[in-house]
Design a protein around this ligand. Structure first.
Ligand code: SF4
Ligand code: SF4
Length: 155
């Protein structure tokens, strides 16, 4: 659970909606089903992807294994199929070190159910609900006092 300062820092300064908890269990699933997003959206064809390869070394590790309703599906060639471990773990790109981040959701991805990480909302739904409830109560109270003051004013 985040303290008040952390909540403020993540949501107001970093503009994040989620924070990461848990740890990696080393199942390798996130290296086996990858979508690639660039400024035009999620990569749909291989020609488009070839152009991206010059932009970041991470792309050079990927190979196409499928295409689904979201886009091309890649697998990383650095994943050891025997052990499910990354063969370049110490020098893996930053995107792998920071995984998972909330951008994952905007890229059409999701955490696998048995991933050791969880993405928790920084402001829990119950807190958002309470704030809305408070605002509604305040609105009603203000309306009532306005009616009282306007129509039942003592002369
Ligand atoms: S899916 Fe989760 S637990 Fe599995 S390797 Fe990736 S980060 Fe680790
Ligand atoms: S470089 Fe390593 S951690 Fe990153 S996607 Fe490939 S296998 Fe996974």
């Amino acid at each position: 659970m985040l303290n008040k300062f952390q909540k403020f820092f993540y949501s107001k300064i970093l503009k994040r909606k989620y924070y990461r908890t848990g740890h990696c269990l080393g199942c390798g699933k996130c290296c086996k089903k990858i979508y690639v997003k660039h400024y035009k959206g999620i990569i749909q064809d291989e020609k488009e992807f070839e152009n991206l390869k010059h932009q970041h070394r991470f792309y050079t590790y990927l190979k196409v294994i499928d295409k689904d309703e979201t886009g091309l599906v890649f697998e990383c060639t650095n994943l050891d199929p025997e052990t499910n471990r990354c063969k370049i773990h110490k020098t893996r790109p930053g995107i792998c070190r920071r995984y998972p981040q909330e951008e994952l959701f905007s890229m059409g991805g999701s955490l696998s159910e048995d991933c050791g990480y969880k993405m928790e909302p920084i402001i829990p739904f119950s807190e958002v609900f309470l704030t809305i409830q408070k605002k509604e109560t305040n609105k009603k109270t203000n309306k009532k006092s306005w009616i009282r003051e306007t129509f039942f004013k003592k002369k």
